[in-house]
Design a protein around this ligand. Structure first.
Ligand code: NAP
Length: 289
């Protein structure tokens, strides 16, 4: 058993699942969250730190999983926290752009922190199970030294090398295709609904798209019920902001992800902030009369 003590900073859907998986695997875990109520389920099973600096001071490894890098920076780029992190390993699991991953690695080196940037291609239900992937960039030595506990998080733990933006770029490409397809589907489903044509008739004409994928991604549309046990529209929207920024940074025309971001913003404005991706349909269909 790897006996390093691990802090998990951020107990949202993903951070909670990560802390749970590490506890189940027998690790010595400390948790911290901005809203203290979310630490309650860990009382008696993990140490609850009263501050980020305490979490960093008392642990060998710190894993961060919050809204985005701006949030993470506000928590970590603080003198006392930087001092507590020096000589330790920081694993960043919040979503961000390739450029943010590069910046974070430069900052970590400047304050003497071993750094791994992780991109999660997994949802909370996959964490702790033999499913999903997490892609890491950073030094091979740091990755190998930390692999034993990282392997408890998902089925597939992948090292992508020292080019820090690699995993983030791959993730934007992957999710961009999924979300872009979803956006077009919700748009045409709105048209079909207005014209009283069943979605099934469309699905039967799309043999190049897997039926399970089509039915899964349009499930909320069919039922008008979009509860999120995985990723909320707030998180999707924050991710889309990073997607737009990644393309701007790379001098790619960002109109495609910008459109996605606009619809996600509208979905949040319509009150679907805590609902899942398929609530994007509500932003694309005509308002209910
Ligand atoms: P979530 O359930 O909405 O949790 C967000 C976390 O960020 C909470 O711990 C929240 O604290 C914290 N946070 C937000 N603003 C903060 C602030 N200003 N200061 C301190 N803490 C703050 O989100 P999630 O689904 O766990 O996602 C977390 C990260 O994982 C995101 O970067 C997301 O893109 C990435 N990710 C998620 C999924 C998924 O399926 N959910 C998959 C892959 C990657 P409070 O509890 O106090 O609000």
């Amino acid at each position: 058993m790897d006996d390093r003590s691990i802090a998990v900073v951020g107990l949202g859907r993903m951070g909670s699942a990560i802390a749970e998986a590490l506890i189940v695997a027998g690790h010595d875990v400390t948790v911290w969250n901005r809203t203290p109520e979310k630490t309650r389920t860990f009382e008696g099973r993990a140490r609850v730190a009263s501050s980020v600096v305490e979490a960093c001071r008392t642990c060998d490894v710190v894993m961060v999983c919050v809204l985005n890098y701006e949030t993470s920076d506000a928590l970590l780029k603080v003198k006392d926290v930087e001092r507590s992190l020096a000589g330790k390993t920081l694993v960043q699991l919040s979503s961000g752009t390739p450029e943010r991953a590069r910046e974070a690695a430069r900052w970590a080196a400047s304050v003497g922190v071993e750094y791994l940037d992780g991109t999660m291609s997994a949802g909370p239900k996959q964490i702790g199970h033999d499913a999903g992937s997490i892609y890491y960039t950073g030094s091979p030595e740091t990755f190998e030294a930390n692999r034993p506990y990282l392997a408890h998080l998902v089925g597939n733990t992948v090292y992508c090398g020292t080019e820090m933006g690699h995993a983030a770029a791959l993730d934007f490409a992957h999710l961009g295709v999924v979300c872009g397809t979803a956006m077009v589907l919700y748009n045409v489903l709105a048209l079909l609904s207005q014209e009283n044509v069943a979605a099934e008739e469309l699905f039967a004409t799309l043999p190049f798209l897997d039926r399970k994928f089509l039915e899964g991604i349009t499930q909320g549309v069919a039922t008008g019920n979009y509860p999120s046990g995985t990723a909320s529209m707030t998180i999707w929207r924050a991710w889309a902001e990073q997607f737009v920024q990644s393309e701007i940074d790379a001098s790619v025309d960002p109109k495609v992800p910008q459109l996605l971001l606009d619809y996600m913003t509208r979905s949040v404005e319509l009150g679907h902030d805590d609902d899942d991706l398929s609530s994007l349909y509500e932003a694309l269909r005509p308002p209910k009369s």
